[in-house]
Ligand binder design. Structure first.
Ligand code: SF4
Length: 459
């Protein structure tokens, strides 16, 4: 493979928007808006918020260019390849529709966008919801109508009804050298716990049965509050979310010491907190981590992992890594492979290092040649796949609860507590499944395992 597979890329263009976003008819005489959303789940949440606001104002939502009076392109600027993809998407929207408003991470560089596409109507940056709405109002003004449709209870969501992303904070106080997110999104700003809980409760009341907690740095939630009482507010928030009755899954957690306090709750099936941690380790060699300027670079991660597994033997660990970071020697890379052997992570994604305009890592010496990066990526993925397959094989014969994502003629596609939507594997029930429906949680016994997926029968 020439590059990271799309399902492992944080700059992944998210086709679900176009695929799953059905037509929402506008209120009387109101215009219709199209949305193309690129990038990570955090950008997806932004798109949902924008559409929810537009919907509340009576705008219609169109899944295609031809039915839209204007199109919003929510861009990603994480990697140079993502920027190119964003420019392409803007170009396509201009050709197909002609009235285009750009927002999102790449919107932080308006000259870059207007230089390539001078015809765009407006450019706004990430989370500038008000500015996006102002741009939409200017481009296609709403017709004043006191009888606009009421906002559905859970707003407009671009994820299936039974799971939803829940963004708890924005921005980041770290300065990883390969990352420009703090420049684009600013310093950490945590949402008040009450607001997060209110949103979570509304989602649950509207039928959501799995909450995917996201942010740039979930473990740091609340540490920006000046008057905070708790040292690590994420602990209280996670516990409180767990009381709702939905599955609660934590993404983007850094291995700070207080994470250990979450693990006993994950081991308790009644807590609602899934035994699942998505921790972006990025590398294992201390020198590479230092050159990356990673948070918790000095953490003894193997000891931490062993302690987590001691307290919660069923915990699923997912992570992402970068290979071919500037200065990465064969010895450093080998340390990463050895670490992976020992850590036995359940799920991993791997990126080949790429320069990103504005990132400090660009200026580091000893960039790794492309063929070496490719070769290391292949070695890494081979090992990761073997580990994943062995860990899944060990689940054969086990009983577990799974959540149903969809049902068709051939099988019910489900996920275990160890599988996040979109990025992890599936569990298929291919007998006695016709009465199942999305969002249901059922008990199964696993009878077969593949490299990434499982098959099971109902109990
Ligand atoms: S922790 Fe590092 S990689 Fe993650 S958003 Fe912050 S600076 Fe970027």
């Amino acid at each position: 493979m020439a590059q990271n597979p799309p399902d492992l890329r944080p700059d992944l263009s998210n086709p679900r928007l176009e695929r799953d976003l059905g037509t929402v008819r506008p209120g009387r005489n109101q215009p219709t808006i199209g949305m193309v959303s690129l990038g990570c789940p955090k950008a997806l949440v932004d798109s949902e918020r924008i559409l929810t606001r537009l919907r509340a104002e009576g705008y219609g939502i169109s899944p295609d260019y031809s039915g839209a009076d204007a199109v919003i392109v929510n861009t990603c600027g994480f990697l140079d390849s993502a920027k190119a993809e964003s420019l392409d998407a803007i170009g396509e929207a201009l050709t197909e529709n002609g009235r285009v408003i750009v927002t999102g991470c790449l919107g932080a560089e308006p000259d870059y966008i207007t230089g390539a596409h001078p015809r765009v109507l407006a450019v706004t940056g990430p989370h500038q919801y008000e500015q996006v709405l102002d741009a939409v109002h200017a481009a296609v003004p709403p017709d004043p109508d006191p009888f606009v449709d009421l906002l559905p209870a859970r707003g407009v969501s671009l994820t299936p009804r039974h799971y939803s992303y829940l963004k708890i904070s924005e921005g980041c106080n770290h300065k990883c050298k390969f990352c420009i997110i703090p420049d684009m999104r600013g310093r950490l700003q945590s949402r008040p716990a009450k607001a997060v809980m209110r949103e979570a409760e509304k989602l649950f009341e509207a039928g959501v049965r799995e909450l995917l907690v996201i942010s740039q740095d979930t473990s740091a939630y609340g540490t920006d509050w000046k008057d905070r009482e708790a040292k690590a507010p994420i602990l209280d928030l996670a516990r409180e979310l767990g009381t709702l009755g939905a599955w609660v899954r934590l993404h983007y957690v850094y291995p700070y010491p207080h994470v250990r306090e979450l693990i006993p709750h994950m081991a308790d099936p009644a807590s609602g907190l899934l035994p699942y941690l998505d921790i972006p380790f990025q590398h294992a060699h201390p020198d590479t981590l230092r050159r990356m300027a990673r948070p918790a670079a000095a953490a003894r991660t193997l000891d931490e992992i062993a302690a987590w597994r001691r307290d919660c033997p069923d915990i699923t660990l997912r992570s992402t890594f970068i290979v071919g970071y500037p200065g990465e020697t064969e010895e450093e890379f080998q340390t990463l492979l050895d670490w992976l052997d020992e850590a036995q992570l359940d799920r991993v994604g791997c990126f080949q290092y790429e320069n990103v305009e504005g990132a400090r890592s660009n200026a580091l010496p000893d960039h790794v040649p492309a063929p070496v990066k490719q070769e290391r990526w292949e070695r890494f993925m081979e090992k990761a796949q073997a580990i994943s397959a062995a860990r899944l094989e060990a689940k054969v014969g086990k009983r577990m609860q799974v959540i149903v994502d969809s049902v068709d003629d051939e099988a019910a596609t489900c996920r275990t507590m160890g599988d996040a939507p979109e990025i992890d594997g599936h569990l298929y029930i291919d007998e006695n499944f016709a009465d199942l429906s999305a969002g249901q949680v059922v008990e199964v016994e696993v009878d077969e395992a593949g490299d990434y997926d499982l098959w099971a029968r109902r109990l």
